[in-house]
Every structure is written in structure tokens, then in C-alpha cells.
Ligand binder design. Sequence first.
Ligand SMILES: [Zn+2]
Ligand SMILES: [Zn+2]
Length: 147
Amino acid sequence: MGRGVGVYCEACGWERQFIFGRGILSSCKDECLESLKSGEFGNLAQRMADELASDEIKLQREQTTFKCAHCGELVSGEFMTAQHAGAHEMPVVFISCEDVCPACGQPMAWVRGIPIEGDAVEYLRKMRKKGCPKCGGKLKESTIIWD
Ligand SMILES: [Zn+2]
Ligand SMILES: [Zn+2]
């Protein structure tokens, strides 16, 4: 079950979405391992990828939203959760996100966890005031809900 809010431009199709909670969760194996090995989820994940190649590992990939600790910009990213099937160990969570904040240019010292929905609603409200960043058109609200 997940939820998201967003805006889209009717004129040019530009859109921006923020996802909360368990966003578009997918279990994967080979594909997720490839992403880890490629360094997409950081150096630690890359080093651990070989270890994770065992059959008892469960990988889950999840979309989420991160918040820049410097300026509050919201940035889409992903979690990758790795857990040994059947074991009571804590799952290891890797994060994939922009290295540099697209708004303020500071290294993304993202706030761990998921921003409260109010942050995103406020962010989108400001965005709608300014209009579409691509064509200047009017932005419309969108809500995403899935099971
Ligand atoms: Zn920033
Ligand atoms: Zn537009």
C-alpha cells in the first residue's frame, strides 16, 4: 500500500511526483544485484553485493522521497532492503539518491526517512504558484494510490 502526491502540466506533460510509505515495492533478485554491483546504491552496497549473491537473500526495492537537509528540496530516490530469508537479523537498507541537491547544489545530506506529507503538499503548492518550469503552463494536482 502506498501513496503519493504530484503535479502535472497539461500543456507539455511535465510532471513531478512524491511517494510516501511503501511506494511501488518490488522484489527482485538479479536485477537488484546488478544495481547494487553498479554502485547505484553506494560503495558499501557495491562491496556487499557478492556476499548478497547467496540464495538466502531477499532483496526489495522501494521508491521513496528524500528531503535535503540544507534547503528542504524534495528529491525522489530509492531504498534497497536486503534481508536474509528466515533469519532474525535486521535488514540492511541501501539508499539511492542524487549526490548533490538539484536546488541548492550542496551535497545531499538527506534527512533519513520519509518526509511528512505536509512537506510535499507545501512544496507542490509553491510549485503550482510558479507554474510549469518547462513551459510556464498551469500545473494540475495528481494523487497516486496503489495497493
Ligand atoms: Zn538543497
Ligand atoms: Zn508545461
